[in-house]
Design a protein around this ligand. Sequence first.
Ligand code: HEM
Ligand SMILES: *[C@@H]1O[C@H](CO)[C@@H](O)[C@H](O)[C@H]1NC(C)=O
Ligand SMILES: *[C@@H]1O[C@H](CO)[C@@H](O)[C@H](O)[C@H]1NC(C)=O
Ligand SMILES: *[C@@H]1O[C@H](CO)[C@@H](O)[C@H](O)[C@H]1NC(C)=O
Ligand SMILES: *[C@@H]1O[C@H](CO)[C@@H](O)[C@H](O)[C@H]1NC(C)=O
Ligand SMILES: *[C@@H]1O[C@H](CO)[C@@H](O)[C@H](O)[C@H]1NC(C)=O
Ligand SMILES: *[C@@H]1O[C@H](CO)[C@@H](O)[C@H](O)[C@H]1NC(C)=O
Ligand SMILES: *[C@@H]1O[C@H](CO)[C@@H](O)[C@H](O)[C@H]1NC(C)=O
Ligand SMILES: *[C@@H]1O[C@H](CO)[C@@H](O)[C@H](O)[C@H]1NC(C)=O
Ligand SMILES: *[C@@H]1O[C@H](CO)[C@@H](O)[C@H](O)[C@H]1NC(C)=O
Length: 356
Amino acid sequence: MSSSHCNAIVLFFIAFLLGGIISVSHAQLSSTFYDETCPNVTSIIRGVIDNALLSDSRIGASLLRLHFHDCFVNGCDGSILLNNSDTIDSEKEAARNNNSVRGFGVVDDIKTALESACPGIVSCADILTIAAEESVSAAGGPSWTVLLGRRDGTTANRTGADISLPSAIDTLDTLKSVFLAVGLNTTDLVSLSGAHTFGRAQCLTFSGRLYNFNNTGNPDDTLNTTYLETLQGICPQNGTGTDLTNLDLTTLDTFDNNYFSNLQLENGLLQTDQELFSTTGADTIDIVNSFSSDQSAFFASFVESMLKMGNISVLTGSEGEVRLNCGIVNTDSSGSESYLHSSIETRDDAEYKYAI
Ligand code: HEM
Ligand SMILES: *[C@@H]1O[C@H](CO)[C@@H](O)[C@H](O)[C@H]1NC(C)=O
Ligand SMILES: *[C@@H]1O[C@H](CO)[C@@H](O)[C@H](O)[C@H]1NC(C)=O
Ligand SMILES: *[C@@H]1O[C@H](CO)[C@@H](O)[C@H](O)[C@H]1NC(C)=O
Ligand SMILES: *[C@@H]1O[C@H](CO)[C@@H](O)[C@H](O)[C@H]1NC(C)=O
Ligand SMILES: *[C@@H]1O[C@H](CO)[C@@H](O)[C@H](O)[C@H]1NC(C)=O
Ligand SMILES: *[C@@H]1O[C@H](CO)[C@@H](O)[C@H](O)[C@H]1NC(C)=O
Ligand SMILES: *[C@@H]1O[C@H](CO)[C@@H](O)[C@H](O)[C@H]1NC(C)=O
Ligand SMILES: *[C@@H]1O[C@H](CO)[C@@H](O)[C@H](O)[C@H]1NC(C)=O
Ligand SMILES: *[C@@H]1O[C@H](CO)[C@@H](O)[C@H](O)[C@H]1NC(C)=O
């Protein structure tokens, strides 16, 4: 073989390899990603959720929130599931997550079931994506085709969680910019806030509205006075702040558009909920009104926004890894106990601080 032939062959292979690398780094999410490798992934996840719902009617809401808090911090990479280790400052313990986000045990149960059915295949980031969709549909909301093929990150970003997650006392302008920072617009902000149609919140996340709002000496005047009295009964002025109430006072565990009709009656629980309707002159008011009058418009918009949220900075192809245990990166060689310290799950009996 002549040397020029040889060179041509070598060049061909280099081009082939580069092409492979380029196409891998440009890999896209796809609805059929697990069709060959784990065809039952959705029904396996749904089975674990349905079982968990039997003893915890709140768990679907908690799983949806985990996906949201995952995607807003370093993208949808499963980073919120990582426990502390020698090298990881978990996102779980970031101010807006600590003693607040929950559902890790159910995610671990899902992972165990999937490792048994199709070992090493389904990423923890995709588990959160599918669990969010299945939780919404199990609660009476829309179901939709999710895109899959996310890979799991190998780091967590606690500082990122402090910066990127919204607070329940943010102004509407701040909420808009927090969402815009991850590519979500004002319509996405309103439709995704509709997730507060189910689940619970602790008193400390809205008690600033009940007695001395914004140092006025009075309650928030955009809070319905009947609802105010109910909430004052649930959250005494100098209480622990950890008592729970429903985010949607009308249909607590159902995914519907009542969240929006609540806002029209000043029955939004969080300050950030009510601001969508009660901020003078805001462009969100019309969107609230349209979702309140048309549930299918809300559902269609919610699905579109969930697909956008699920696309934020995803790792694909050979980036990251498929974690075998959602709480630890595969390469973590630190002591077996080290990642167990400061494991977090919401507890009813604890007193703690939570930064709203
Ligand atoms: C717009 C900005 C948002 C703020 C300020 C906010 C804030 C909060 C707060 C303070 C809680 C109660 C946490 C606790 O008491 O421990 C909560 C619960 C919840 N959030 Fe949001 N949230 C926002 C957007 C979203 C989005 C975009 C989603 C999902 C798409 C979502 C889903 C949920 C769910 C389902 C719950 C109930 C969780 C449970 O019961 O475990 N939230 N949120
Ligand atoms: C999400 O990303 C995929 C590629 O990974 C793309 O095909 C799709 O259009 C994106 N969807 C949205 C809603 O951004
Ligand atoms: C998928 O689940 C069905 C029952 O729901 C079962 O018959 C089938 O064997 C499962 N397939 C795989 C590949 O596990
Ligand atoms: C953590 O998140 C912040 C805020 O989004 C970002 O600026 C920073 O680059 C992230 N750090 C890492 C290591 O990903
Ligand atoms: C709280 O009070 C400050 C200063 O009085 C004011 O600028 C701000 O708009 C108030 N915030 C709300 C949500 O009413
Ligand atoms: C709550 O505590 C403050 C001081 O921390 C006190 O002034 C107020 O009277 C207390 N309120 C009730 C209802 O106990
Ligand atoms: C307060 O809420 C009740 C229903 O919970 C409703 O009938 C009433 O109209 C609301 N008030 C205002 C000012 O929206
Ligand atoms: C916001 O994003 C949605 C998709 O989630 C899109 O349909 C809509 O046109 C966008 N709105 C604006 C004002 O860009
Ligand atoms: C990670 O922490 C959770 C609680 O947040 C705990 O249930 C789980 O067992 C831990 N996982 C590992 C691998 O240590
Ligand atoms: C998270 O909450 C736990 C329990 O209240 C507390 O011990 C821990 O210090 C908190 N973590 C951080 C980083 O504040």
